[in-house]
Design a protein around this ligand. Structure first.
Ligand SMILES: [Zn+2]
Length: 128
């Protein structure tokens, strides 16, 4: 998996979808002599564009739940989504969960049940 900040990555996907939609629509121009085929390309091209619009909207919603923290590595302010995320600037793995500080970075910690499992394992290890 590529080490990129989640919000940045999702925005990247949305942008790629817009381009995909534009390319499909552009290809339709070659079939402008055949109206139904031209219409079909425009229609198919619209789907990724709508999808990307939905993603942008969703990112906007999700962004309100992000936390801005100062990165200890590059000292810039960065947005964290979920419990663990990468710094937007220097790609330093960051966490807002105190229990995870100093642990090896794992994107799985964003999934609650996996995080719980990890914490349980850690606790039982400490007892032994
Ligand atoms: Zn940083």
């Amino acid at each position: 998996m590529k080490k990129t900040n989640k919000i940045k990555r999702i925005r990247g996907y949305a942008l790629a979808l817009i381009f995909a939609g534009m390319i499909i629509m552009y290809l339709g121009v070659f079939f402008r002599e055949t109206p139904w085929l031209f219409g079909l390309f425009i229609f198919i091209g619209f789907i990724p564009m709508i999808l990307s619009f939905v993603i942008y909207f969703w990112v906007g919603l999700v962004s309100t739940r992000t936390i801005t923290v100062q990165c200890p590595n590059c000292e810039n302010y960065t947005k964290i989504l979920g419990k663990v995320d990468y710094c937007q600037i220097c790609k330093e793995p960051l966490t807002i969960d105190k229990d995870l500080e100093g642990e090896a970075f794992n994107i799985d910690y964003n999934v609650d049940h996996r995080l719980e499992k990890f914490k349980e394992e850690k606790e039982s290890e400490e007892k032994n």
